[in-house]
Design a protein around this ligand. Sequence first.
Ligand code: ZN
Length: 199
Amino acid sequence: MQALLDHARSFHRQVADAGDTYRRLADGQSPQALVISCSDSRVVPAHITGARPGQIFELRNAGNIVPPRWAADASGEMATIEYALDVLGIRDVVVCGHSHCGAMSALASGRDLSLLPGVEAWLSLVRPVLAHRADGDGDGDPLERLVQLNVVHQLATLGSYPVVRRLLDGDDLRLHGWYYRVDTGVLHELGEDGAFAPH
Ligand SMILES: [Zn+2]
């Protein structure tokens, strides 16, 4: 932790050396995308995309979950999504799942989470995803399949938010599904055929 603390405490020197780059951030923001990803420390949207401060709006939580409407009215997720789309005018939304995801692994295992009531309640929001696992042909890594199904599920849930629905109906919003491999850095993108293809 000490190295992180030292870096943060001296960061202002880098900012001072960067000329106007950071000073201009005080004028406002117009990020190009909202990226909804897992909180996992190995998945850093700005790192993956090469985004600089001001370029992407991030929403991160355990399992890159978009709460369903009935659970979202007072959520940070819904507030962040509304702000990103309605106030900042963002027109591209990415939901990014990833390999080796602890949240999805816990969901798949069905393990007793009674000592982690917050995790248990949070993951219960996406339990419907489990029902779709058997729909595939059974090939491949089961966790990878679950993570990708979860991304598709979250994109569908996004579509139930009024602000998202309105923009989609007006053909004014693009939704993107990503699956990121933390061990190779390979990005798989959801295509119109419903499959995730690597780059
Ligand atoms: Zn994760």
